[in-house]
Design a protein around this ligand. Structure first.
Ligand code: HEC
Ligand code: HEC
Ligand code: HEC
Ligand code: HEC
Ligand code: HEC
Ligand code: HEC
Length: 356
């Protein structure tokens, strides 16, 4: 899976030498469960800038055989103490692998996370910061435009000099280059996105009415957003807290047929004729992406920042693209409207934070 991710990434990760990718993959496989690069302490220390903390031989030796270092070496013993006695795992690296990983760590780390936000673009910007996604608002590709003009010229020349087959072939190249130049890839990618998706639900439940007009808190129904990865959709019991009594719209005598369906479903539960309500799931990330509501809510990020003006939606729709570029843009540069305490907490940019 990760190998696939890295192959895919090669298309974006600016000039990415294959050694870098090889060791990035090794890092993801063997180290990322305990270490981040610039994302702060995990089980073990943040490895950003580790090359400046010890000499090369020490780091390579420690990576290859942490056990004997932790037993004898004073610096390693001190680290062990700082990490509450949690021991670095022996991952059985060869010397070549350990040296390669050190090179990777040097390339991938930059300014410490706390300094990043203040300095606009540090000279030793970490590599992860340079990865630009196809849908991060990049417009026309200039090298693409130059190439396009060149091939157009060649096509015209081939046609003039009577080579119809050659002109045909070049025309195909013109189309392919145009696709690249004008961000066709971007639109193609966004086609797969579900932004704007607004399916009809089994009951005409309205967020505009409940969260807007009635002012019910989002957490009343999506209580797990604070505690867990998923926000969850409420069980019918939650609706029945009110709808055991509320059977019609305000000011109307006639019972609402929509509420009647809700009540019928609730009353039929556990019976063979049970008609449970199957809400159509709208937001959906691929299985290889890890997303947690809790981490974002704990940072006081409003639901609306990601889900749009939910309290005005008669029918729920997906307001954001949920693409990788969308996640990354906010992690790199949060919106100006964000409160300062949040602007200081930078979201992670290392691949392992979202793909594991
Ligand atoms: C099971 C968790 C774990 C894994 C897996 C792990 N480490 Fe560590 N690492 C630690 C801990 C904990 C420390 C701090 C020393 C200690 O307490 O043992 C550490 C320390 C280090 C240090 C010294 C850091 C410093 O700030 O001085 C380096 C370098 C390092 N690890 C590299 C790696 C590399 C490279 C890998 C993958 C091949 C790896 N580690 C895998 C837990 C781990
Ligand atoms: C009274 C209960 C209730 C309240 C309050 C409520 N919701 Fe919902 N929410 C639901 C139900 C039921 C669904 C599933 C039906 C639908 O999609 O409309 C849902 C669906 C959603 C979805 C889409 C889930 C998916 O399938 O991807 C989002 C996002 C959402 N709510 C956000 C919010 C936000 C933000 C608020 C506060 C402004 C909020 N909700 C308040 C009951 C509630
Ligand atoms: C905190 C109380 C409360 C909860 C919880 C609640 N509702 Fe309501 N709901 C109301 C009230 C009050 C009305 C009527 C409001 C009005 O007409 O102004 C209403 C109206 C409705 C309607 C009116 C439809 C129509 O005829 O236009 C539907 C459908 C509905 N609710 C579904 C749900 C569902 C589904 C849930 C659970 C996810 C739920 N409600 C949870 C209070 C609640
Ligand atoms: C940082 C962006 C972000 C914020 C803030 C956020 N969400 Fe989400 N939400 C998402 C993403 C991304 C998904 C899709 C998750 C998936 O498919 O695993 C999602 C999915 C959902 C779903 C679908 C069901 C589920 O459990 O995943 C609901 C309901 C929901 N969000 C409600 C809320 C509510 C309520 C809040 C505020 C308390 C909120 N969200 C805040 C990004 C966000
Ligand atoms: C509106 C801004 C915003 C958007 C959009 C956003 N994030 Fe974040 N994210 C943050 C911030 C701020 C943090 C820092 C949280 C912290 O350090 O406590 C964060 C932290 C995280 C973390 C680390 C959580 C942890 O456990 O420490 C992960 C993983 C993550 N985001 C994944 C995603 C994914 C995946 C998406 C897209 C589907 C996404 N985020 C979209 C702002 C955002
Ligand atoms: C903040 C979270 C986040 C970070 C950090 C992140 N990704 Fe992603 N990535 C995503 C999300 C979300 C998607 C799914 C996008 C979609 O479905 O359109 C994705 C999709 C992908 C895909 C599949 C793309 C496709 O077109 O299907 C690849 C490959 C990938 N990521 C590689 C990487 C690499 C390599 C890194 C490190 C440079 C990285 N990602 C860092 C969130 C993240």
């Amino acid at each position: 899976m990760l190998a696939v991710l890295f192959l895919g990434a090669s298309a974006w990760a600016a000039p990415a030498p294959s050694e870098f990718q090889k060791h990035a993959a090794l890092f993801m496989q063997k180290c990322s469960k305990c270490h981040s690069i610039g994302g702060g302490q995990r089980v073990g220390p943040d490895l950003a800038g580790v090359a400046g903390r010890h000499d090369k031989e020490w780091i390579v030796g420690f990576m290859m055989d942490p056990d004997s270092y932790l037993q004898k070496d004073a610096a390693a013993k001190k680290l062990l103490e700082e990490n509450h006695g949690v021991r670095m795992e022996n991952t059985h690296l060869t010397r070549a692998e350990a040296e390669g990983l050190l090179e990777f760590l040097k390339a991938a780390s930059g300014a410490p996370p706390s300094a990043r936000r203040e300095e606009a673009v540090p000279a030793d910007e970490p590599l992860f910061m340079k990865v630009r996604m196809p849908d991060e608002g990049r417009g026309v590709s200039m090298p693409g435009l130059a190439l396009l003009l060149l091939i157009c010229g060649a096509t015209a020349f081939a046609w003039q000099s009577g080579s119809r087959a050659g002109a045909g072939l070049l025309l195909v190249a013109v189309l392919a280059t145009a696709y690249w130049t004008f961000g066709g890839r971007r639109y193609y990618q966004l086609l797969g996105s579900q932004q704007g998706y607004q399916p009809v639900q089994p009951i005409a439940y309205s967020h505009a009415l409940h969260a807007g007009k009635l002012g019910i808190s989002c957490f009343y129904c999506h209580s797990s957003a604070e505690r867990s990865d998923s926000a969850g959709v409420p069980a019918l019991n939650v609706c029945m807290n009110c709808h055991i009594a509320v059977r019609s719209r305000a000011g109307q005598k006639e019972p609402s047929p929509e509420i009647a369906r809700l009540v019928a479903a609730w009353e039929s539960r556990g019976k063979p004729s049970s008609k449970s309500i199957e809400w159509t799931r709208i937001h959906h990330l691929p299985a290889y992406v890890h997303f947690s509501h809790r981490a974002h809510i704990a940072n006081n990020i409003q639901c609306q920042e990601c889900h749009g003006p939910v309290q005005t939606m008669e029918r729920m729709r997906q307001a954001s693209s949920l693409s990788m570029g969308w996640c990354i843009s906010c992690h790199r540069e949060p919106p100006q409207s964000a409160p300062t305490h949040w602007r200081r907490a930078l979201g992670p940019l290392d691949c392992a934070a979202c793909h594991w």
